[in-house]
Write a protein that binds this ligand. Structure first.
Ligand code: IMP
Ligand code: MG
Length: 178
C-alpha cells in the first residue's frame, strides 16, 4: 500500500518492512559485539516498541533476558518532560546493564526521564536502542546508543507506532501527508 487513512488523516509509505528488517539486523550485530558475554537486561517500552522488540530479540538469537515496562508522557501540556509510570519494571535492576528498547525518540524527554529513574534505582548502566530517532526534535540531554533510522521531524505511524491508537499493526512505516 502506498497510502493509508487513519481517522481524519492520510499517510504515505515512508520506510518499507524490508528496510526496517535490514536496519534491525545491523543493530543486532552491533549490540551483540558490544555486550559480548555480559548479561544485560533488555527492557521493552510498551506499547510502541512491541514489534521492534520481537524483531530485534529474534535477531539477537541468544540467552538474553527481556522484560517490559510502560510509561506515558504528557507532551503538549508541558515541556518539563513529566512522565508517568504505568507498568513498572518487575525485575531487580541493581548493578545491571539495562538496554531500553524504544520505537522512536522524538523530544527524548520520555527516555531521559526513564534513564534517570533506572540509574536512581541502581542500574549500573543504561543504554538506549531505538528503531527511529528524530534528531532535530531532541530537547533532552541524551544520545541513543543504537539507532535504526534518523528521520526528519515528521509524524509517522506503523510498525508499532500509532496515531490515536490506530495503525500500530502495519508492517511498513508511513508518514503524515501535510
Ligand atoms: P518523546 O518523549 O518526545 O521522545 O516521545 C516519545 C514517544 O512519543 C514515543 O515513544 C512515541 O510513543 C511517541 N511519538 C513520538 N513521535 C511519534 C510519531 O511520529 N508517531 C507516533 N508516535 C510518536
Ligand atoms: Mg514509545
Amino acid at each position: 500500500m502506498d497510502t493509508i487513512r487513519l481517522r481524519d488523516k492520510e499517510f504515505s509509505l515512508f520506510i518499507t518492512e524490508q528496510e526496517i528488517r535490514e536496519a534491525i539486523t545491523k543493530m543486532a550485530t552491533r549490540i551483540k559485539a558490544d555486550i559480548k558475554e555480559s548479561n544485560p537486561l533488555f527492557v521493552s517500552v510498551l506499547n510502541g516498541a512491541f514489534m521492534f522488540t520481537a524483531e530485534l530479540m529474534r535477531e539477537l538469537d541468544g540467552p538474553y533476558e527481556l522484560t517490559f515496562a510502560r510509561y506515558s508522557s504528557y507532551k503538549g501540556t508541558s515541556t518539563s518532560g513529566e512522565v508517568k509510570e504505568i507498568v513498572p519494571l518487575q525485575t531487580d535492576i541493581r548493578g545491571r546493564m539495562v538496554i531500553l528498547l524504544e520505537d522512536i525518540i522524538d523530544t527524548g524527554l520520555t527516555m531521559e526521564f526513564v534513564m534517570k529513574k533506572l540509574l536512581d534505582e541502581g542500574a549500573a548502566e543504561v543504554r538506549v536502542a531505538t528503531m527511529l530517532f528524530k534528531p532535530e526534535a531532541l530537547k533532552a540531554l541524551l544520545k541513543p546508543d543504537y539507532v535504526g533510522f534518523e528521520i526528519p521531524t515528521d509524524f509517522i505511524v506503523g510498525h508499532g507506532l500509532d496515531y490515536d491508537e490506530m495503525g500500530r499493526s502495519y508492517k511498513d512505516i508511513y508518514k503524515l501527508n501535510e
